[in-house]
Design a protein around this ligand. Sequence first.
Ligand code: SAH
Length: 225
Amino acid sequence: MSDATTFNGIGMTSARTRDRLIARLRSGGISNERVLERMRVVPRHLFVDEALASRAYEDTALPIGYGQTISQPYIVALMTQALIGERSDERPLGKVLEIGTGCGYQTAVLAPFARHIFSIERIQPLVERAKANLRALKIDNVSVRYGDGWRGWKSHGPFDGIIVAAAPESIPQAFYEQLADGGRLVIPAGGSRGQHLLCITRDGDAFHERDLGLVSFVPFVEGTG
Ligand code: SAH
C-alpha cells in the first residue's frame, strides 16, 4: 500500500485525489485555510454508499437515498466559511443550529468550528445514519434529533450560527428569532424560480443580507417524513 493511501486502505482516499478537490475549492474562492484543511481530512467516502465511494472526492452532490443528497463539497465549504467568517484564531462559535442533517457530512465538517451543534433531520433512517457516521469519526459535540426543523430548536437557542441544508420558499420566522445578536444564518432561499444562498447577520433587531449566489438544494419540507 502506498503511503498516499489513508485509512481503509482504498486508493480513492489517496492524498492526491483529495488535494485535487481542495485545489478546486480554492480556485472557486474558498480562502479560509482552516476550512480547506477540514475539507481535506473529513473522509467523505464514508458518508456515501460503497458503490459511490469512488466518486466521493468529485465536486458533486451524490444520492444518499430517500430522495436526498449529500451536498456538493464546494457548497459545504462555502456555507462553512460563510458561517464562521474569516476568523483565523482558534476560537470556535458557541452553539450552532443545523437543519437537514442528511448523512451528517456538513455536520462533520463544521464540528471543530463550533462548541456544540444541534442538528435536526426529518427522515428517521438518515438520523440514525448520521449518528453512526459521526460516532465513527469520534465527533462528540453534536446532538442530532428527528423532527421538523421549521420551528428551529428553541430550548437550546439563541444560536451563534444557523445553517440550513434545504431550501424553503421563504425563511421561517423561527430562524430570525433564534439567532443570537451578531450571529449568522446561512440558508438557501427561494422556490422554483431559483434559489439564492444567503448569509444573514443579526445586528440587534436589524438583519443584514449578503447574497452568495445561485444554488440548487433539495426542498425544505414542512413536517416529518
Ligand atoms: N447536510 C447534508 C445535506 C442533506 S440534504 C450533507 O451534509 O450532505 C438536506 C436534508 O434536509 C435532507 O436530508 C432532508 O430530509 C432535510 N430536510 C428537509 N426539510 C426538512 C425539515 N423541515 N426539517 C429537517 N430536515 C429537513
